[in-house]
Design a binder for this molecule. Structure first.
Ligand SMILES: Nc1nc2c(c(=O)[nH]1)N[C@H]1C(S)=C(S)[C@@H](COP(=O)(O)O)O[C@H]1N2
Ligand SMILES: [Mo]
Length: 225
């Protein structure tokens, strides 16, 4: 078992809303107190868990939310929520997979393809990567430019057929469909085009930067993946 996995699981328990925490504590007691063994015991194979690396996160709404795009671009800019809503929306329905083992099947996400925002900003030829920052003030993520331009990477406004609520990273989160869910930064506030990948929050703590589901984090040989 990876130390990082244990750390992430423990953090999830620590920050979970009360009801979920109570349920998990109960299941943990029933399963011999192994925090990483909980997920398989949750009803429906595990729903979403609430993760935040900070204790509290400011709430943002249509009046005060802003997304900036800057770095190695010709036209840096700022989007409001209504700017983002007025752009063409892409809908994807895939399984959400956390690296610690829980999975939520067939979860709809809708939002603006990141490639569209990058194209609008005019990415310079020296650019190689994209860095994401969050208004929790702590979390960050990165993708290579090629990954960021994939059609299944969204600046997401909706999840499970509703506007993304605060706990799930609303009003705007990143959604990187082909990778483990830690790539999908919540409370997205900044997109910076850079010349190299800078490992994100969990990647500094041991997880793979290229987080392809089933092909990273030591899971390549996992027959269950
Ligand atoms: N800003 C921020 N984004 C984040 C995280 C976080 O702690 N802070 N946790 C990541 C991890 S490990 C997972 S599994 C998902 C959890 O998303 P959820 O809380 O909507 O279930 O968010 C990812 N994005
Ligand atoms: Mo996760």
């Amino acid at each position: 078992m990876l130390l990082g996995t244990l750390g992430l699981g423990a953090l999830g328990l620590f920050t979970a809303p009360t009801l979920q925490r109570a349920l998990e504590a109960f299941l943990g007691a029933a399963s011999g107190d192994d925090p990483t063994g909980l997920t398989g015991l949750l009803p429906n194979g595990g729903g979403f868990r609430y993760y935040s690396v900070t204790g509290s996160v400011p709430h943002k709404n249509a009046s005060n939310y802003r997304l900036t795009i800057d770095g190695l671009v010709d036209k840096p800019g700022t989007y409001t929520l209504s700017d983002l809503r007025s752009l063409p929306q892409t809908r994807l329905v895939k399984d959400v997979q956390c690296v610690t083992g829980w999975r939520v099947p067939h979860t709809p996400f809708e939002g603006v393809q990141l490639s569209r925002l990058l194209d609008a900003a005019g990415v310079r030829s020296s650019a190689r990567a994209v860095r994401f920052t969050c208004f929790d003030g702590a979390y960050s993520e990165s993708l290579t430019l090629d990954q960021a331009r994939r059609s299944d990477v969204l600046v997401a406004l909706r999840m499970q057929n509703k506007d993304i609520g605060h706990d799930h990273g609303g009003p705007v989160r990143l959604y990187v469909a082909p990778m483990y869910f830690y790539k999908s930064a919540k409370w997205l506030s900044g997109i910076t085009v850079t010349d190299e990948v800078k490992p994100g929050y969990w990647e500094e703590r041991g997880y793979d930067v290229d987080a392809w589901v089933g092909r990273s984090n030591g899971r390549d040989d996992d027959p269950t993946s």
